[in-house]
Design a binder for this molecule. Structure first.
Ligand code: 6PG
Length: 508
């Protein structure tokens, strides 16, 4: 019996994607795993999927109807290289190998080049949505050639998430060809960078609600649930509200209080920051979100910091528990000794300030991410439709959010929109929320509450607003110690001052 597509790697993501494919009419799916028992177990656990289990790459190649399509769902890095080598050895010209993992886009470019000459097409696809997305409909960012995309399109479109869009009768499938070679993985990398920034911004907003405004985790959960009904609506806000409402069964404490304060990272956020540095695109909020995770892991450093006196917000030691864990939507915490409780009549207003600050930070994180994709497209020669990319992030993926409708609308309004901030509406929006961002960050700084992502978003905003910022002095310093030259505001040209001579200026 012939299979229409193969999935290589039957971990949770791979098996769920395979089950999603197998649900489509007339789609027979073959699965292969280096660990044959694991593949057999997946097939046995999901008889409805009718998986064909291949025991070797050669058997897999025999099972597939030609031209063949195999989707690799294995760990990024050496495991992906090994799987490509195994499959390429048994595939023929015209067959397609898809890498659906979180591969670094430059690896995808190199792997495509290595397969050139074999006639086998290599396509890097960024897949977002976690385990549930893989099963029920992920968002997919496709790289590789246009010809490969045309062949993959009928296979991927039915398994993609669908975004319901006001004014459109049919939902939009969340899959698109982003550009050639590594473009799909580049877009997924930046998706993850924005994910890091958004998660950090939300976590900081929660910290302010807790340590400045004195709300309990349960009360913060209620606030977030309310926010989720408005312009901040997003999967990440929804998830955060859920974890904040959860109670640890063993201790009865809020779950977020028993989780160790150290965040892991698999590397895609760091790649986004590094590529931003390489391309010279400012992505400070994304970078700060990555560094915040590194700092969270720096136990020895944090132990030293714990000795440095100063405000640390209204935090209470864990042993005291959360006195208002069951707090309702208003949820003010009783003041700890020496705390100033927030006056109930001002609480709503202060919460609204945090909400607006978060919204501003979020838009600015998207601005940075889209700028990086535009710069990447230029550097690598991809013709990326940024509006289309925003449109396929509206469902299925981790950063799905109502604000993406606004971003899509901005790209629709103006063809060839440079930065998202070139859109009058979004720029005005950020301008309006600026006061809230400033006041939330100011309050947090005053209280010693770390808000690196929110404050970097504000510094980024102030940096682009400032008629003159700090670069003139930097450039003058560079010219002083290294004859690095400078431009003048009053006439064109390249200049150097003879700092160790008579300090006259020469034009170069
Ligand atoms: C997704 C996610 C997914 C995952 C990453 C990031 O889009 O489905 O981004 O790829 O969450 O592995 O994980 P880290 O936080 O571990 O870097």
């Amino acid at each position: 019996m012939n299979a229409d597509v193969a999935v290589i790697g039957t971990g949770v993501m791979g098996s769920n994607l395979a089950r999603n494919l197998a649900r489509q009419p007339e789609t027979r799916v073959a699965i292969y795993d280096l660990d044959v028992d694991r593949a057999r177990a997946v097939a046995a656990a999901h008889p409805e999927a009718g998986f064909l289990v291949a025991e070797t790459p050669a058997a897999l190649a025999q099972m597939l109807s030609t031209p063949r399509v195999a989707i690799l769902m294995v760990n990024a890095g050496p495991a992906t290289d090994a799987a490509i080598a195994d499959i390429a050895a048994v595939f023929e010209p015209g067959d397609i190998i898809v890498d659906g993992g979180n591969s670094l886009f430059t690896d995808t470019i190199v792997r495509g080049e290595q397969l050139e000459g074999t006639g086998i097409e290599f396509v890097g696809v960024g897949i977002s949505g976690g385990e549930v997305g893989a099963l029920l409909g992920p968002s997919m960012m496709v790289g590789g050639s246009e010809a490969a995309w045309q062949r993959l399109r009928p296979l991927l479109t039915p398994i993609a998430a669908r975004a319901e869009v006001a004014g459109l009768e049919a939902p939009v499938p969340c899959v698109a060809h982003i550009g050639t070679d590594g473009a799909g993985h580049f877009a997924k990398m930046v998706h993850n960078g924005i994910e890091y920034a958004d998660m950090q911004l939300i976590a900081e907003a929660c910290r302010i609600l807790r340590d400045d405004l004195g709300l309990s985790p349960a009360a913060i959960s209620a606030v977030l649930t309310e926010w989720n009904a408005g312009e901040l609506e997003s999967y990440l806000i929804e998830v955060t509200a859920e974890v904040l409402a959860h109670t640890d069964a063993a201790t009865g404490l809020p779950f977020v209080d028993i989780v160790a304060d150290a965040a892991g990272a698999k590397g895609t956020g760091a790649w986004t920051a590094k590529v931003g540095l390489d391309l010279g695109v400012p992505v400070p909020t994304i970078a700060e979100a990555v560094f915040a995770r590194s700092l969270s892991q720096a136990g020895a450093l944090r132990a030293l910091g714990a000795d440095i006196p100063g405000p640390v917000g209204n935090t209470e030691p864990l042993s005291t528990g959360d006195r208002n864990a069951a707090g309702g939507p208003t949820g003010e915490r009783a003041a700890a000794d020496g705390d100033d409780p927030v006056a109930p009549d001002r609480l709503g207003e202060r919460i609204e300030t945090v909400r607006q600050a978060l919204f501003a930070g979020k838009i600015l994180a998207y601005v940075q991410g889209f700028d990086e994709i535009a710069a990447g497209a230029q550097a690598y020669g991809w013709d990326v439709d940024l509006g289309e990319l925003a449109s396929i992030w509206r469902a299925g993926c981790i950063i799905r959010a109502r604000v993406l409708d606004r971003i899509v609308a901005a790209y629709d309004r103006q063809e060839g929109l440079g930065s998202l901030l070139a859109d009058d509406e979004l720029r005005a929006e950020v301008g309006q929320a600026q006061g809230a961002l400033r006041s939330a960050v100011g309050a947090a700084i005053g209280q010693g509450i770390p808000v690196p992502a929110l404050s970097s978003a504000l510094a980024y905003l102030d940096g682009i607003r400032a008629p003159r910022a700090t670069a003139a002095i930097i450039q003058a310093q560079r010219d002083f110690f290294g004859s690095h030259t400078y431009g003048r505001v009053d006439r064109p040209g390249i200049f150097h001052t003879l700092w160790s001579g008579d300090r006259s200026e020469v034009e170069l």
